[in-house]
Every structure is written in C-alpha cells, then in structure tokens.
Write a protein that binds this ligand. Structure first.
Ligand code: BGC
Length: 434
C-alpha cells in the first residue's frame, strides 16, 4: 500500500501546541533520556508528581509520547509530570533498568509494559497492583476488545491499562530505491521468494537491499520469517509447545533468515530501529521490516523522506496481525499511586488513546472510539486488526516470558555475529522455548 506522507485526515494532536507542551515540560520535569528520572525543577510544595517510566525517549517515539503527556497535563494541571524515559528500542535498555529498580524497592509511579507474557512475569513476581476496579470505573470492561483485555489480564484480573495496539509484521520500502532497481513501487510480496527477487535487484544497484539494526531488530526479523514459514497457527504453536521448534519448518525458516542477513548492512549491530529506518528514508536502503511505529519516523522526516511511504504486511504474512500491546502498570510500592492512577485514566481516555495512536503509528486499544479521528494508516490497521488472524509478537513481550525472550535474543545475537550456525541456533531456540 501507499500512504502519502502527511495525509492523516484527522488533526494530529501532537502538532497542536507542541511548543506549549515543550514549555510545560521544561517547567515541570527534568527527565533526561538515558538517565534515571530526576527531581522536578520547579515542584510547588504541595504538588503531587508522577514518574512515568517508558522507553519512548527519543525521535518520533518521544514526540508521540509528548502528545500523550499533553493530554495528561491538560487533564491534570496540578500534577507534576516526571519523564522517566530510557532510550533504546523495544525497551532493550529500559527493561533491564526497570527490573533492578523493582528489585531494589525503587519503583517508578507507573511503567510501560507489553501486554501478554511480559506482563504476566511482573504479576507472577508480585510486582503489580490489580486494576479491576479502575477498569470497571473507566468502562474498559465494555470498551476493550477481548483479545486486548486478555493480554492485559492474568487469570481474569486486569493489571495494566493499554494505551495502544501496534502491528509488528510490516515491511517498509523506499520507492525511489526500488525505481532505481527497475522495480515496481510496492512493499507487497506474497512470499519470501518473491521478495528475494526484489532484494537481488536492489543489490545489483549497489545499495543496501534490507536495512537492519541491533539484536532485538534481528529477532524482530526472524519473527516475521517464522510467521511466513509456519503460518499463524504454526507460529503460535512455537509458544505453546504444539509446534516443534526443532522441526523441518523452523529449519527452513532459519535458512531464509540466514539468507536475508546476506542482504543487510554490515554495521547493523551499532544501529537501533530508528537508524535502520532512517537508511530507508534517506534512500541508502530499499526495505526495512519494522513494526508500524516506523510510520512516524517517515512522517517526522518531512521533506527528506520519500514522497510516498510504501508499506505492506511483511512478505508471506498477509491476513495475519502480529500484535503488540503497549500498556501502563501500577507497581506495588509506587510512591504516588493516586497520581499514577490519574496517569492511567489519561491513558484510557478517548483523547489520550486517539492523540497517542495518531502520533505513534498505532491504533487505539479501545474499540468504541470509531475511526473518524484516525489517520489513513490507522484506519487501515484498525480494519486489519478486526479482520485478520491475530498472533502474539515474540520480540515485543506478547508471546513468551522475558527470560525466554532473553535466551532467544542471546542465541540470535550469537548467530548473527557469526559465532554459531543455523543448526546451533535451532538447538538453542528449542532450549530457550522449552
Ligand atoms: C513498543 C513500541 C515501540 C517499539 C520501538 C515496541 O516494543 O511496543 O511502542 O515503538 O518497541 O521502541
């Protein structure tokens, strides 16, 4: 599909009064990306503060987060917002830091968490308060689709308020790079084999066919290759033991994963998702496989981005929605639980859901908001989420526990750095997912 840049038909909240927001944040916060949150600069003596811990701390993600903060500040002028943002895509740095803060009894007031197995880990460790009363009070028991509600619940109790739903299985492309390779302007490939033909054509022009970043983005790519080879049922079976990780389909997927690595940039281990996406925006690379948060990187690039943003479901995954749910939890021992609850209310509010989703390339978690206020991409994604087969993302905390994902990530890192073969990788994946 093609999405003309700047075409969202609804006003994008973060563009409204961004300067005013910047001023508010400057006056009320001293959160610094890459550092632990710090004390507010100007806290009125009686004002309550809320430290919100996320990894939306740089680039287009930070801008999107600002739009949610703007809604919170409007709804809660008396509460001081403290940005606990720690940069690093997919929480690659933030989640480790959060774990040590929780272990040290130093929780933030609220933190970003993925719906699914990642959330369940925190619940099993006794880290979270249950949010059932708040959910009823907010009417979320009626307005969350069952699939989303399940992902923020453990044993029927809700432990996090979802801010948005992302799709992980998206391929993005630069039309100018495709044209230079004599290819049609499309990111849509029915099979991996079809895609390999296009990747070869780009390679012949001397540009990078497929931009890739550091290990978590490599796991993200592997996830899409597994999905293409195994189909939604086989892929989902990897996480509940009904698909044999040591079996022939996974072997074939790993062979294609290895082949794909041969089309990627050599400096991938030094790049996060923004850098890899930027290579496509700049025309240095043709394709990147990335979740739909990448839309906003294209949008933010302004005049330097290609005129058309080409996107499609990742090759071989049409009809499947590989889901990522972002949510906020209330940790036991949060210093300011009332302020944290006000944050959760803003996250659940219609304004919060719409503003953030439009700025983030996501769709609202609530199903009662309609699509009139959403951008072009978001409307298409909403339709797909309702119609497609939904599977949980491995890389983004939905499918397996954090321990298993860490083991998968380490195995993939060893393989992509050349230390192991696909045979070893498959054995290590089987062990990690046992
Ligand atoms: C999160 C997204 C985020 C992406 C890149 C994912 O794990 O769910 O909200 O944009 O990581 O940081």
């Amino acid at each position: 599909m093609q999405t003309r840049r700047t075409t969202p038909t609804a006003p994008r909240a973060r563009l409204v009064g961004r300067a005013a927001l910047g001023l508010t944040l400057a006056l009320t916060t001293a959160g610094v990306a890459g550092c632990t949150a710090q004390e507010p600069v100007t806290t009125p003596a009686s004002a309550e503060q809320v430290e919100v811990f996320t990894w939306w701390a740089s680039g287009s993600e930070k801008l999107a987060f600002d739009s949610l903060v703007e809604v919170f500040v409007e709804q809660n002028p008396g509460t001081v917002f403290v940005d606990g943002g720690i940069a690093g895509g997919a929480g690659s740095t933030a989640k480790t830091l959060l774990a040590s803060r929780l272990a040290d009894g130093d929780p933030p007031d609220t933190f970003q968490v993925h719906g699914g197995a990642e959330l369940a880990d925190y619940v099993a460790d006794g880290r979270l308060r249950d949010l059932d009363d708040l959910v009823v009070d907010l009417g979320l028991d009626r307005t969350l689709p069952a699939s989303v509600r399940d992902m923020v619940s453990v044993d029927g109790t809700v432990y996090a308020i979802p801010s948005n739903v992302h799709r992980a299985n998206v391929l993005w492309a630069n039309p100018d790079v495709l044209a230079a390779a004599g290819l049609e302007a499309t990111a849509s490939f029915a099979t991996l084999d079809d895609w390999f033909v296009a990747l070869d054509a780009v390679r012949a022009t001397g540009r990078t066919p497929l931009a890739l970043g550091s290990t978590w983005t490599q796991v993200h790519l592997l996830e899409q290759v597994l999905l293409a080879h195994l189909g939604p049922q086989g892929y989902a079976g990897l996480w509940d033991g009904t698909t044999d990780v040591a079996g022939a389909e996974v072997t074939a997927a790993l062979a294609d994963f290895e082949r794909l690595l041969g089309y990627t940039n050599a400096d991938r281990d030094s790049m996060d998702w923004q850098d890899a996406t930027q290579d496509v925006i700049d025309g240095d690379a043709a394709f990147v496989v990335m979740g739909d948060w990448a839309l906003e990187a294209f949008e933010e690039a302004g005049d330097t981005a290609p005129t058309e943003v080409l996107w499609a479901t990742a090759p071989g995954t049409d009809g499947v929605f590989d889901v990522v749910v972002d949510a906020f939890a209330l940790p036991a021992g949060a210093p300011n639980p009332d302020a944290a609850t006000r944050w959760l209310r803003a996250v659940a509010s219609a304004d919060g859901q719409t503003a953030f989703s439009n700025a983030k390339g996501a769709i609202p978690a609530r199903s009662d908001l309609g699509t009139a206020q959403l951008g072009t991409y978001q409307r298409a994604a909403t339709t797909a989420f309702r119609a497609d087969t939904v599977v949980p993302s491995l890389t983004h905390g939905a499918a397996v526990s954090t321990g298993a994902l860490d083991a998968v990530t380490a195995a993939v890192g060893r393989f992509t750095s050349g230390a192991t073969t696909t045979t070893t990788l498959q054995a290590e994946l089987a062990l990690a997912l046992r």
